[in-house]
Design a protein around this ligand. Structure first.
Ligand code: B12
Length: 223
């Protein structure tokens, strides 16, 4: 069986909320040489989008979303060490301090956690503030840890708007120009990021890592 077929199996098993079948598929994919990153960002994330769509259509309810998230977290736990090992790390390059969190009113944390794990695996110091994080908490953490990067996640249209308030708060405190602000999550887009005055947007964790790497290169040139 080809890897594509196994990925399709993982995708379908997650939509069917069949935990054992998902875990089996993941093991099979690993045996066939798939990377943890590709498993998480391809079949697993695609299935979550489809589950979201089914919820929107009224075919799935909150209970199904909770179950899907629980299966996803099992897989994340199973793949975490590999995710870290797959990362090439920064070697001698400058490490950054990154403050990351899901914004106020929002409890979706799977994507944010993948991004945080991958950035940490790159050798950065990552302060994960968790979910439902207020502007005050972001500002406090930027000061306390002397952060270089602020990462904000939002999956709800309503909470994504709150990101602008966080950026304004950073401005008020005179911190905005000191930090690179990157946003992500299903409720955001490149245009949205521009609109609220963020520095960058990433569609997934791989892109987030790339963005921060590019930023590291620029910072190294300056400091
Ligand atoms: C699982 C899930 C839940 C779970 C979350 C569990 C958990 N611990 O996270 C639970 C059941 C709690 C939940 C609750 C709700 N949910 Co929900 N949920 C989802 C679902 C199906 C999957 C999300 C997910 O985990 N995806 C997988 C991860 C890997 O992807 P990701 O989060 O997008 O992250 C990637 C990128 O976006 C990016 N990224 C993410 N964060 C960041 C941050 C930075 C800095 C960067 C650079 C990149 C980045 O990188 C990540 C990895 O590649 C989505 C569907 C969807 N399309 O997203 C709906 C969805 C987000 N939920 C939705 C809704 C409506 C709700 C509820 C309001 C439902 C209700 N009536 O109660 C509540 C809100 C609760 C709250 N206050 O937050 C809607 C939002 C609609 C909207 N536009 O506002 C969606 C889109 C479903 C839908 N299509 O209707 N939900």
């Amino acid at each position: 069986m080809g890897l594509e077929k196994v990925f399709q199996e993982i995708y379908q098993c997650l939509i069917d909320l069949d935990r054992d079948c998902v875990l089996e598929g993941v093991k099979k994919a690993l045996d066939m040489g798939a990377s943890a990153t590709s498993i998480l960002l391809e079949p697993m994330s695609r299935a979550m989008n489809e589950i979201g769509r089914l919820y929107e259509e009224g075919e799935y309810f909150i209970a199904e979303l909770i179950e899907a998230a629980s299966i996803f977290k099992d897989v994340l736990g199973m793949l975490e060490d590999r995710l870290v090992r797959e990362s090439k790390g920064l070697g001698g390059a400058r490490r950054l301090t990154i403050v990351i969190g899901t914004v106020k009113g929002d409890v979706h944390d799977i994507g944010k956690t993948i991004v945080a794990t991958m950035l940490q695996a790159q050798g950065h110091r990552v302060i994960d503030l968790g979910v439902d994080v207020s502007a005050e908490k972001f500002v406090e953490a930027v000061k306390k840890y002397n952060a270089d990067v602020v990462g904000m996640s939002a999956l709800l249209t309503t909470t994504a708007r709150y990101m602008r308030e966080i950026i304004e708060k950073l401005e008020e405190e005179g911190l905005r120009s000191r930090v690179f602000v990157v946003v992500g999550g299903a409720a955001t887009s490149r245009e949205f990021a521009q609109e609220i005055g963020a520095d960058a947007w990433a569609k997934d964790a791989v892109e987030a890592v790339k963005l921060v790497e590019e930023f590291v290169k620029r910072v190294r040139g300056r400091r």
